[in-house]
Write a protein that binds this ligand. Structure first.
Ligand code: NDP
Length: 297
């Protein structure tokens, strides 16, 4: 039987609509407009596209978008000074530094200079630590989006066996923390894991965040399992041109899984919607106001 498709595009559109409602309610009741600052250093074409689309979506949900574009040869000191100004600007509730940064800049130093309360990517050490120790944190957007899709499909995740394939700081590790927080029994797999197919076969939830096209095969999947495919890989088509695929072989896995996210149209759209949700959450927290329900982990 074919799996239920977890439609991230539709879910993300609904989430953005809820964020827009929250932002307009803040404006109406308190005269506050949430603001997201995006900092781009250099002219990387892919980063420019991401920054433009983040700005557009931020404005579409009724928030202020502050774009700060700096030359590729900007010094780390100047970038840190800009972060400092954004940290103390009351109109800015979220700060995102578009990665990767040019090689002469220490990425970790810059990220950790962001005020944890404005760290809407959830990449600072403080937010990672808060998440790991079960405290209120800003949660990284991609894992947060995955968690929302999983909760929407399952209701409770309690007691389920989950495997997260990939242990990066931005996806794999925070994903595992979130699943643990929701009472899953979590395995984190990586490039040195032995017999990955066997680990996947015992899992009710599979989150693949690897960056290897169609690596997870259908016969690895436990019948009825839920598969969340974070991977975004561009591959050549036999007839020429390219197409996007995930880390999971969708054709075979969707015959065995109970539910699965497609690529594109699954996790991808959730990431930016969660960025906007985090900005609204940060704005509410900064002003001591209640947060709309269902926007955080
Ligand atoms: P990283 O490259 O930082 O991490 C990849 C992880 O996969 C590593 O932990 C690595 O293990 C593990 N890995 C590599 N090869 C294997 C293997 N053969 N078997 C098991 N594990 C393996 O990637 P990211 O976490 O940043 O991203 C993962 C994927 O998700 C990429 O395709 C990326 O494009 C996509 N992505 C999508 C987003 C979205 O919005 N949908 C957002 C962010 C990422 P080890 O640690 O041992 O090297």
């Amino acid at each position: 039987m074919a799996a239920r498709i977890l439609d991230g595009k539709t879910f993300a559109a609904e989430l953005r609509a809820r964020v827009a409602d929250g932002a307009s309610a803040l404006q109406a009741a308190h005269g506050i407009t949430p603001g997201l600052a995006v900092v781009l250093v250099g002219e990387d074409p892919a980063s420019q596209v991401y920054v433009r689309s983040k700005g557009k979506m931020t404005r579409e949900v009724g928030m202020n978008s502050f774009e700060r574009r700096l030359a590729a040869d900007t010094s780390e000191t100047d970038l840190l000074a800009l972060i400092g100004r954004l940290n103390s600007d009351p109109a800015v509730h979220g700060i995102l530094v578009q990665l990767p940064l040019p090689g002469h800049i220490d990425e970790a130093r810059v990220i950790n200079a962001i005020s944890p309360e404005k760290d809407v990517d959830g990449f600072t050490i403080l937010n990672a630590g808060r998440l790991a120790t079960g405290q209120e944190a800003m949660v990284p957007c991609t894992p947060l989006g995955c968690l929302m899709l999983l909760r929407d499909h399952h209701g409770s995740l309690s007691g389920l066996e989950a495997v997260v394939i990939g242990r990066s700081n931005i996806v794999g590790k925070p994903m595992a923390q979130l699943l643990l927080r929701d009472n899953c029994t979590v395995t984190i797999a990586h490039s040195r894991s032995r017999d990955l197919p066997a680990i996947v076969r015992r899992s009710d939830i599979v989150v693949a965040a690897v960056g290897r096209p169609e690596m997870v095969e259908g016969d690895w999947i436990k019948p009825g399992a839920t598969v969340i495919d974070v991977g975004i890989n561009r591959i050549e088509k036999p007839e020429g041109g390219t197409r996007l695929v995930g880390d999971v072989d969708f054709a075979s896995a969707s015959q065995v899984a109970g539910a699965i996210t497609p690529v594109p149209g699954g996790v991808g759209p959730m990431t930016i919607a969660c960025l906007l949700a985090n900005t609204l959450t940060a704005c509410c927290r900064a002003n001591g106001l209640p947060e709309p329900e269902g926007l955080t982990a």
